[in-house]
Design a protein around this ligand. Structure first.
Ligand code: EPZ
Length: 418
């Protein structure tokens, strides 16, 4: 049954909301549990379809993985396979994160090439060239990846040509139990990389420099289990801030890490919002009408995150003035723009540049989500449009937002799933 979200927009939001755990931290850490045969306990794991898909892969491989509320208990002791079937790979491209751990655990791995997704082609050349330099033989035929370690995985000193999040994670995961020292320069510095390293070190790994551009991994013989709490989701925090900003509301987010939002809060302050932080709480108080942030360019962390581009663009649609967006990370991440224009926005696209000319009002309409963050963008726009907005493609939203309509209605929004 295809569900839709029905939003009656124009209402102010208010109150406090707990920010969910990070999807992009949970997924690689779930893969990393394959590096130990002891039980791992993960707290603050969001209930998302992408997390469910990753749990299905773990169970297919022969592992036990169970959820109790937002806690996941994983035991990979009885793992008996080293292949991921096509249908599970197609369900979620980020399953490529299993490549390194399967090779490290079993000496071999088999999976279909992730293929393109809603954001355009998702190449994995950086992953494959690094793993090949670590002595792994990889064949790519008929859309399948077949990997085998001939004698042993070799440590590597590698400079990434682009600070790819997935490639950094796959190299780390392959190197954790590889004798010798692996050094990654120009590594991705996202907080999710740091959280993965924290989890691995808690299991007995020796990783230093995660979160910075040079990561050093000293191989260890064995990892033991551990209990780890997932960091908050900075993109969900940015999405909730956009919802508050475009409905002229004041809300408090509970459980944020301010430094993870260092490229995001200035944009909201430039738009005229008051942001105040106390410990792990952030309060945003929006003006009646937002001023347009002038320029938003997506960059690798600590720059403005590409995942926040669509939700923040929804906020800029009604702000006073012109906002220039430059999407530097993915080549087709503007699918939400046609739909925002159906709601009355005035956005023009020129290649990787989008020009948002703020309008006074958005008006409700039926719109269709085509990817995860685009879905969030349409929900945010629906909250501040006059009248009813129907958003279809809710399955995309559920990949990354845990019970989002309940979160928003608890803040006072008139939103329901139909
Ligand atoms: C991770 O994807 C996130 N996904 C993405 O979040 C996020 O947008 C992205 O990092 C950038 O921050 C997860 O963590 C599960 P990349 P990933 O490798 O690892 C190119 C969301 O909405 N590239 O840093 O795939 C690639 O095509 C998702 O939560 C190569 O060319 O990101 C892209 O243009 C979407 N060759 C750019 O680098 C490679 O071998 C960034 O990719 C790898 C990547």
């Amino acid at each position: 049954m295809v569900s839709k979200l029905l939003i009656n927009g124009g209402r102010k939001l208010g109150g406090e909301v707990k920010v969910q755990g990070s999807k992009n931290s949970t997924l690689p850490i779930l893969a990393a549990t394959l590096l130990t045969e002891d039980e791992c306990v993960l707290y603050n794991c969001p209930k998302l379809s992408d997390v469910d898909a990753t749990i299905r892969i773990l169970r297919y491989l022969g592992c036990r993985a169970n959820r109790v509320d937002s806690t996941l208990i994983v035991n990979t002791q009885d793992m008996k396979r080293s292949d991921i079937p096509h249908d599970l790979m197609r369900e979620m491209r980020s399953s490529i994160i299993f490549l390194g751990v399967l090779i490290a655990r079993c000496g071999r791995a088999k999976m279909s090439l992730p293929g393109g997704c809603e954001l355009g082609p998702r190449p994995i050349d950086l992953h494959l060239s690094a793993l090949r330099q670590m002595g792994i033989e990889i064949s790519e035929e008929h859309g399948e990846l077949e990997c085998v370690v001939n004698d042993s995985i070799k440590p590597l000193k590698i400079a990434l040509s682009f600070p790819s999040v997935g490639a950094t994670e796959n190299i780390m995961l392959t190197a954790v139990k590889c004798k010798g020292t692996t050094i990654i320069t120009n590594a991705a510095k996202e907080p999710e990389i740091e959280d993965l390293a924290d989890f691995l070190n808690c299991c007995g790994a020796k990783i230093s420099g995660a979160g910075d551009s040079t990561i050093v991994i000293e191989g260890v013989d064995k990892l033991h289990g551990c209990a780890h709490s997932i960091i908050p989701d900075r993109i969900v925090a940015a999405t909730l801030m956009s919802a508050a900003a475009c409905t002229s509301s004041k809300i408090t987010l509970d459980g944020v890490i301010q430094s993870h939002l260092s490229a995001i809060t200035p944009i909201f302050e430039e738009a005229g919002c008051e942001i105040s932080c106390k410990d792990s709480k952030l309060t945003i108080d929006a003006p009646y009408r937002l001023r347009s942030p002038k320029l938003i360019r997506t960059m690798p962390y600590p720059g403005f995150p590409t995942d926040a581009q669509a939700p923040v663009m929804a906020m800029s649609c009604k702000s006073h003035g012109l906002t220039v967006f430059v999407e530097n990370i993915f080549e087709s991440r503007y699918k939400h723009i046609d739909e925002l224009n159906r709601l009355g926005a005035n956005i023009k696209v020129e290649g990787k540049v989008a020009l948002v000319d703020g309008v006074r009002h958005l008006s409700g309409a039926n719109v269709r989500a085509l990817d995860l963050r685009g879905a969030a963008s349409l929900v945010v726009a629906g909250l501040c449009a006059q009248g009813n907005t129907q958003v279809s493609g809710v399955k995309y939203l559920e990949r990354g937002y845990d019970e989002f309509e309940a979160v928003l209605s608890n803040l006072g929004a008139d939103i329901k799933k139909i």
